[in-house]
Each structure stands twice: as structure tokens, then as C-alpha cells.
Write a protein of this length. Structure first.
Length: 221
């Protein structure tokens, strides 16, 4: 009887802990997305140039390293905002370019709507079904690495067809990453809401920019 009571208490504590991680993750994710929108808007208003692929990667991986080092402290939250603010800044010039096109506003709204629909749909499915998608982890890591290297090749060797294929790959991979990370939180694989936020934010960012590229091509822009 005592053993059952202890097991029940542990189970309840685990559920409460998981719910806390989920709640904190989505609160922080909402705030970082809003902050990114602000920095993107400032970047657009000031007509700032894109920093280029090299500086973008240095800034991203440098700030990601900082977030990882500080993930267990309150300072880690500031690092998350630094990372997402930087990514918002890099997004500004991209949005400016698309909005300068004849139907650029429509493309941006379609990409935004598609990103929201995919994220909310997949997150909702993972949260309600509570299925374990941990088996996708290895495939996703390899797939993301391959797509990342292929994307660099497409940029440096000016290969539009490869770039289009990479964008399509990232749409699928980021969708899978959203499922995997949400499942990871639910089943206790990820207990740090700062790292969970960063993973979901990066998924949304890459999903949005990939959809922008695909929709731009499909609209002959």
C-alpha cells in the first residue's frame, strides 16, 4: 500500500514537472518570437543589410554556444533573447527583399500562415496523442546535417535547383523536429525549457524561411 502511494506521488510529481516545462517553454517561445518580430521590424525600418552567410553562422553558433553554457541559470534567458533577436535581425533584410516584389506581401503572409498551421498542428498532435517520437532523433540529426551542408554548397556554388531541394528538405525536417522536441518534453527527455525553446524557435525560423523560398519560386519570383 505504501509502495503504491509512493509510486502515485512520484507519478504526480513527474506530471507536474512536465507540465511546468511545457508551460515555461511556450511562454518563453512566444516572447522570443515577439522579440524577433520587433528586431526584424527595426532591421527593415533602418534598411539594414544582411550580414551574409559567414557572419550569420558565426553569430548563430556563437550565441547558441552561449545559451547552452548558461542554460541552467537565469542569465540563460538573456542569452536566448540575444540569439533570437539576432536571428530576427537577419530575417529583416530577407523580408524586405520579398516585400519589394509585386506579390511579396502575399508570399510573406502565405509563408507565415503555413508556418503557424504546421507548428500548431504538429504541436497539438504531439501534445494530445502523447505518442513517443524519440525514434526520429537519429534520422533528424543526420538529415539536418546533410541538408545544412547541401545548403552551403548551393550558396557557394550558385545552384538554384539544389537550394530549392534543400528548402523542401528543411520543411520536412523542421516539421519532424517540432514533433520530436514536443514529444521529448512530454516524455521527460527534455527538462530544460530554455533548450526546448531554442529548438522550437530554430524549427519555426527555418520552416518560415524555407516556405518563403519555396513560395517565392512557385510564384515565379
Amino acid at each position: 500500500m505504501i509502495d503504491r502511494s509512493i509510486a502515485a506521488n512520484r507519478s504526480e510529481a513527474s506530471v507536474l514537472s512536465t507540465n511546468k516545462v511545457i508551460r515555461n517553454t511556450y511562454i518563453l517561445l512566444s516572447l522570443t518570437l515577439a522579440f524577433s518580430a520587433v528586431t526584424a521590424g527595426v532591421s527593415m525600418a533602418l534598411n539594414l543589410p544582411h550580414p551574409g552567410i559567414i557572419l550569420t553562422l558565426i553569430g548563430y553558433f556563437g550565441l547558441l554556444f552561449l545559451v547552452t553554457k548558461l542554460r541552467n541559470s537565469s542569465t540563460g534567458i538573456l542569452a536566448v533573447f540575444a540569439l533570437t533577436g539576432f536571428m530576427g535581425y537577419t530575417l529583416g533584410p530577407i523580408l524586405t527583399m520579398y516585400l519589394s516584389l509585386p506579390n511579396g506581401g502575399q508570399i510573406v503572409m502565405q509563408a507565415l500562415g503555413g508556418t503557424a498551421a504546421i507548428f500548431l498542428g504538429l504541436s497539438g498532435y504531439a501534445l494530445t496523442s502523447r505518442k513517443d517520437f524519440s525514434f526520429m532523433g537519429g534520422f533528424l540529426m543526420v538529415g539536418i546535417l546533410v541538408a545544412f551542408l547541401a545548403g552551403l554548397g548551393a550558396i557557394f556554388f550558385q545552384m538554384p535547383a539544389l537550394s530549392l531541394a534543400v528548402s523542401a528538405m528543411f520543411v520536412l525536417l523542421m516539421s519532424g523536429l517540432i514533433l520530436w522536441e514536443t514529444s521529448n518534453i512530454i516524455h521527460g527527455g527534455e527538462t530544460n525549457y530554455i533548450m526546448a525553446t531554442v529548438t522550437l524557435y530554430v524549427s519555426i525560423y527555418n520552416l518560415f524561411t524555407s516556405l518563403l523560398h519555396l513560395l517565392g519560386v512557385f510564384n515565379n519570383e
